[in-house]
Design a protein around this ligand. Structure first.
Ligand code: PBG
Length: 329
């Protein structure tokens, strides 16, 4: 057919390119992860996540107001828990006046319409840095799920709109759904980290929360007995379909960039919204290369976000949310 069909006609200037563009990023695509610490007046930069901060509650209130003004209307909360409040069963996670519960209320007070999602897993509260309870070198499943369900109810009670279990224990979505129903939180949603891989890209996040598995005898050094093997594809579909059957409203794939094949496959398979978490290590890589002058920060950031959306993400949890929206103008 050449030269009758010339694909370059549709690329010849920005007007035609934007006319035929298939994927567009908007502020409403983003879910903004926020790290909360105890104290007052604190805004401390996370060393392995340049220009990303841990915030005390007063600064959290300011931050969400700013996000709201920028059109960023959904946040995902994480807390950094002091060592003296950590134990093996995550007791502090259930404290009605704990940092997470106060953070939820702070966001809702500052910005009543902001959508608040909360991380549900034991690791920030665990003296061993695991997402569940540790016993005899194992992560206990069903015992951990009980705590996660109680934790979810506690977040709902404090005002969370969605709970986001990131632990990868078996059966936790059903248990959480049932616990929420039993307590009358029928409108509290669940965003399930369904295909969450045991990834080395979580390093900077574990620095941010001081939540890495500890190096003690009889404590597993990694999360490979519960998070998924990076080599697996069909298992991601199985996990995701199970979570939907158990009551997940939104499913998530995590990390992003290395797993976009999984995102597309899940997107083709399911009829619930699909979220993708562009994780801390993905953020850190771009920042580090850009600092060295090796990559164009803004161009690479937008290309990655676009790729995530093109792959099938309806929601993107990203540390770049503010940078990206600023760039969009
Ligand atoms: C903990 C949790 C992790 C992340 C989100 N929730 C870390 C982990 O599983 O060890 C990672 C997020 C990121 O790296 O940005 N359950």
């Amino acid at each position: 057919m050449y030269p009758l069909i010339r694909p370059r006609r549709l690329r010849s200037n920005e007007a035609i390119r934007s006319l035929v563009r298939e994927t567009i990023i908007t502020p409403s695509d983003f879910l903004v992860p926020l790290f909360v610490v105890e104290g007052q007046g604190i805004k401390e930069e996370i060393p392995s996540m340049p220009n990303y901060y841990r915030l005390s509650l007063d600064n959290l209130a300011k931050e969400v107001k700013e996000l709201w003004r920028m059109g960023l209307c959904s946040v995902l909360l994480f807390v950094k828990v002091p060592d003296n409040l950590k134990d093996n069963i995550g007791s502090e996670a259930l404290n009605e006046n704990g940092l997470m519960q106060l953070a939820i209320k702070t966001v809702k007070n500052a910005c009543p319409d902001m959508l608040v999602m909360t991380d549900v897993a034991l690791d920030p509260y665990s003296s061993y840095g695991h997402d569940g309870i540790v016993a005899d070198g194992q992560i206990l499943n069903d015992e951990s799920v009980e705590v996660l369900a109680e934790m979810s109810v506690s977040h709902a009670k404090a005002g969370a709109d969605f709970v986001a279990p990131s632990d990868m224990m078996d059966g936790r979505i059903l248990s959480i759904r049932e616990a929420l129903e039993d307590e009358g939180y029928t409108n509290t949603g669940i965003m399930a980290y369904s295909a969450k891989y045991a990834s080395a890209f979580y390093g900077p996040f574990r620095d941010a929360l001081d939540s890495a598995p500890v190096d003690i005898k009889n404590v597993p050094k990694d999360k490979k007995t519960y998070q998924m093997d990076s080599a697996n594809r069909s298992e991601a579909i199985k996990e995701t379909l199970m979570d939907i059957e158990e009551g997940a409203d939104i499913v998530m794939v995590k990390p992003g960039l290395c797993y976009l094949d999984i995102v597309r496959e899940i997107k083709n398979e399911v009829d619930v919204p699909v979220a993708v978490y562009q994780v801390s290590g993905e953020y850190a890589m771009v920042k580090a290369a850009a600092e060295k002058g090796w990559l164009d920060h803004d161009a690479v950031m937008m290309e990655q976000l676009l790729a995530i959306k093109r792959a099938g993400a309806n929601i993107i949890a990203s540390y770049f949310a503010k940078d990206a929206v600023k760039l969009m103008g």
